[in-house]
Design a protein around this ligand. Structure first.
Ligand code: ADP
Length: 408
């Protein structure tokens, strides 16, 4: 199934997105016209480390397979990855997987473009673990396993930080001593593959606006915003880590760093307790005490759930204005990711707070989840663009390897 010899089968590209407790996968092939990619199937193993569960679906969302593991095998990433590969081998009988593209959270200061995986690149990715200790090792693990088991397989690493490499120093530097900035303590930004996809979509559909000042709100379990000017990232709300910016499902978003000293001094909290608090117990979950899931909170009648939703909208609107100020204008506002794409109420609340900027949505278009949801008299148009980071990774994989869609 993984192609290492010349074969008459059709080519497919596999995309892997490996996180701390999940392994998401998608397979793509070229479309009938040979000018774009289309999804063959996608799926994930969730519950890695506890009770691993596999499920997959076709491009039209039909269930294709399911499997569970006992606790003993649930944290064995070799076994879990091999299961996915074997399953793909059986399910994609007419296809050869000619290359694998990976989502990698951190490319540091030097990796501003997707790169083909080599032993040297793997070492460099390992050296970046201190910058993203909770994510990077999980992203790199399947790359190493595949490199060991299939030495001829072509692999490409695509970095969430790369899209932000165009940001000016002003947007990246903290108010810290220069020596710390020089050793890499600065803002990198994340969700870059999503911003890149949305930007390319806008370039195709509204090239006039794509040349201007666009704020993209990626609102999902993890949320961030990006200021994109003429297609290039100028600033973003996430920074050195994925904690910064707006409150998220379980992450705090920006807080005064003085809070950390207070917690250390007065509550004897150490590194692990603080990490747990800020990454896993805060955000929507912490504020509401009910759930990290926006949909659950919106359906709840509890005042604490409403408070979490309101605070989220308030902070998103505030960041939109900050992003606009960073790049000196606002010509379009775009919502994407789970909350951004699916919640008309959140979009309406954010836009309402930005009315003074001339941002306004049409209520019916917003509810219908149209592409252009602007009110006719809006000075700044508003769009919904469903993100597709996996497709972006597949496209990068093809380009980096020098393949063309005609060959795929
Ligand atoms: P991830 O960052 O894990 O990729 P997603 O982009 O899938 O996350 O976003 C997940 C979030 O989207 C959850 O908070 C979920 O409740 C929210 N969401 C999905 N559908 C809706 C909906 N119809 N209304 C409100 N929130 C929704």
């Amino acid at each position: 199934m993984l192609a290492d010899t010349v074969s008459a089968k059709q080519a497919a590209y596999l995309v892997l997105n490996a996180g701390s407790s999940s392994l998401k996968f998608s397979a793509f092939r070229q479309n009938a016209q040979g000018n774009d990619l289309e999804t063959l199937l996608s799926g994930q193993i969730s519950g890695i480390g506890s009770e691993a569960r596999f499920e997959a679906k076709s491009a039209d969302r039909r269930p294709l397979g399911a499997h569970t593991w006992d606790t003993k095998d649930s944290d064995n990433r070799d076994i879990l990855l091999q299961y996915v590969l074997d399953w793909l081998g059986t399910t994609l009988g007419d296809y050869d997987i000619v290359a694998v593209g990976h989502r990698v959270v951190h490319g540091g200061m030097n990796l501003g473009q997707p790169m083909q995986v080599t032993p040297n690149l793997l070492d460099e990715l390992d050296s970046l673990v201190p910058l993203a200790p909770l994510h990077q090792p999980h992203n790199v693990a399947p790359i190493r396993i595949l490199a060991k088991n299939f030495p001829d397989l072509k692999q490409v690493a695509c970095f969430d930080t790369a899209f932000h490499s165009t940001q000016p120093a002003m947007a990246r530097h903290f108010g810290l001593p220069q020596a710390l900035t020089d050793e890499g303590v600065c803002s990198y930004g994340f969700h870059g593959l999503s911003y890149e996809y949305v930007t390319s979509h806008l370039r195709e559909t509204r090239p006039d606006l794509a040349q201007g000042h666009v704020v993209i709100c990626h609102l999902g379990n993890g949320s961030s915003l990006c200021a994109v000017k003429a297609g290039q990232s100028m600033d973003t709300s996430m920074g050195f880590s994925v904690l910064n910016g707006v409150p998220m499902g379980t992450r705090s978003g920006s807080i005064d760093p003085g809070v950390l000293f207070y917690l250390m001094r007065e509550k004897n909290m150490g590194l692990e307790a603080l990490e747990d608090l800020l990454y896993r117990q805060s955000g929507l979950l912490g504020i509401s005490g009910i759930s990290n899931d926006m949909k659950v909170l919106q359906e709840s009648s509890e005042p604490a759930a409403q408070k979490a939703v309101d605070l989220f909208c308030f902070r998103v609107a505030k960041e939109v204005a900050a992003m606009a100020a960073s790049m000196g204008g606002l010509d379009a506002l775009v919502f994407t990711a789970g909350i951004g794409e699916n919640s008309p109420e959140i979009r309406a609340a954010v836009v309402q707070q930005l009315a003074w900027l001339g941002v306004k949505v049409d209520a019916a278009a917003n509810t219908k989840k149209a592409y252009d949801i602007s009110a006719p008299d809006a000075k700044v148009p508003v769009f919904i663009v469903p993100t597709n980071e996996e497709k972006m990774i597949a496209k990068h994989t093809i380009r980096v390897l020098g393949h063309t869609l005609g060959q795929a």
